[in-house]
Ligand binder design. Sequence first.
Ligand code: PLP
Length: 387
Amino acid sequence: LEREEPNYFGAGPALLPTNVLQQAAKDLINFNGLGLGVGEISHRSKDGAGVVEQTSANLKKLLNIPDTHEVFFLQGGGTTGFSSIATNLTAAHAKKTGKIGKAGYVVTGTWSKKASEEAARLGVETEIVLDSKKVDGRFGTIPSVDKWSIPKDVSELSYLYYCDNETVNGVEFPEFPFEKFPGVEIVADMSSNFLSKKVDVSKYGLIFGGAQKNVGIAGISIYIIKKSLLDLPTVDELKKLGLPITPIAFDYPTVVKNNSAYNTIPTFTVHVVNLVLKNLIEKGGLEKQEVLNKVKAEILYNTLDKYPSVFKLPVDENVRSKMNVVFTIKDGSLDEEFLKGAADNKLTGLKGHRSVGGMRASIYNAVTLESVSLLVKYLDEFANAHK
Ligand code: PLP
């Protein structure tokens, strides 16, 4: 169960620490000395349910999740969240206020745009509070909040959704302007920066993310929800209101009531999340990780900034992602040469998302400072050869 440490910068599924995967591989064969693998045991057995319980407990510990919030897991990824959030949270607002609100969306890149489109597709009325491409002509900025289209009465919003880190565009919120939306349930997609930094969970109605970047392998998504949002109208009431009904496997109260195992949960996949959490806790928690992530991002951006005639950074400096460093080679005809040279140096996964092209170095938690230093060395060499 050995491998040479990879210098892999792929955006997702992404790198995980080798020691975590080694333990996962062992547990896939023989878990807790049961003589059975963790993927073979019943999700309702003591050991199977224990995996979910321990993973929730470790997440609560690591993120300091208050008692007002609950943790649960859903099969699927970020996109499953786009749909299930729209129906569950619209219903929660209707139950609480007796009114059908509008779902507010802050669009700052590919993924928040997709999420808003999915809500509309499901018949939920949406209010685009910001579309940064419309304001500034491109994704790559977060316009100041005075340029947002905030409704006069924010209580019309059933929830307000934003993506904390836009993986494709390399845009990350330094902080969200919560103060502009008093009383509104804020929903954050943290698929690509979950557990990369400390977060004040109490400010959110819901935080969610697919596991396959910072937290595990593909197949499971993680939710942290304010408990008051689990009170939903009955199906008959929803029908009367003309609101969409959530498929049962994605109905949040049903999932929570059943310890995330209303239907068969992929126990192995959740177990990998648990191993990642334990590893983070052992290494000093999110404070330590946040400092390390800042250092990695800083040295990478500083290097790219040194060579403005070679590299272009399309994202405004104040909103540059600490997870997905997006850049282009000014002379686009050098793209292939850049990637080949990188591969020759065992630096892989650097090609940008197919929708935007260019390059992207994803430097999630598991990407070491050593890997980033090797990339920096290569960037220096490449730039000096092409200035
Ligand atoms: N949200 C963000 C921020 C993402 O980066 C991604 C995928 O990369 C998604 C949502 C969609 O996730 P999935 O492919 O798991 O549906």
